[in-house]
Design a protein around this ligand. Sequence first.
Ligand code: AP5
Length: 218
Amino acid sequence: MRVVFLGAPGVGKGTQAERIAAQCHVAKLSTGDLLREAVRNQTALGLEAKSYMDQGKLVPDAVVIGLVKEKLADPSCTKGFVLDGFPRTVPQAEALGSVLISKNMALDRVVNFQVSREDIVRRLSGRRSCQKCQATFHVDFAVPKVSGVCDRCGEPLVQRSDDRREAIEMRLKVYDEQTAPLVSYYQERKLLFQLEASGTVDAVFQHLSQELAPYQAT
Ligand code: AP5
């Protein structure tokens, strides 16, 4: 199964990518998680990416494309992958297409998550994340057992620096200008599935699992 999860910030791509990858035993590649890890480890890539991410802008294509190419070459991706947050620009989509052709592979589906702007702002402003294991919670919709503590690894939960209101506004603007054109890009290639993603996490997962069932290994 080779799928891309597309959609504005906060629509639930990461939450569902985690569940689908676990259910289908495929790799989850989240460029946001990879970049945040590089920032935490203060690598050269992380230092370059940080200022873009804090402002809610996209990290330059060349940096992100290099990162994804490296990860797709990993044996963990042989059985399939869910790409969460990549591609995000037309040049990134073209680079992904070339990499897959060179490996004799093709995408099965591109899922476009759709949620109202009002719900997106509510989801992002209430999100809390674990910096150690990347698990995601929400103050109203995915409440941890102990307030402010990760259920999975016990580390403190934090608010992402780009979940402040000004950064959210910038991320939505960047999405409209640079990522939304990918909807028609993949529609033209007959890969797009429009997912109404405003229901509960479980309801969205059920709908998504049904749609992706034909691509799961038996
Ligand atoms: P990234 O981490 O990819 O952020 P994003 O796309 O803005 O997506 P989010 O992680 O904010 O949201 P999501 O859709 O995954 O929602 P989630 O499941 O967490 O990227 C961050 C930055 O890195 C970018 O701004 C950019 O700078 C850089 N970057 C990354 N990729 C790049 C690329 N390809 N090119 C260039 N730069 C790149 O859910 C959100 C909240 O809602 C959570 O609290 C969750 O618990 C809750 N929730 C989820 N589903 C539901 C539901 N159904 N009902 C209620 N609540 C829900």
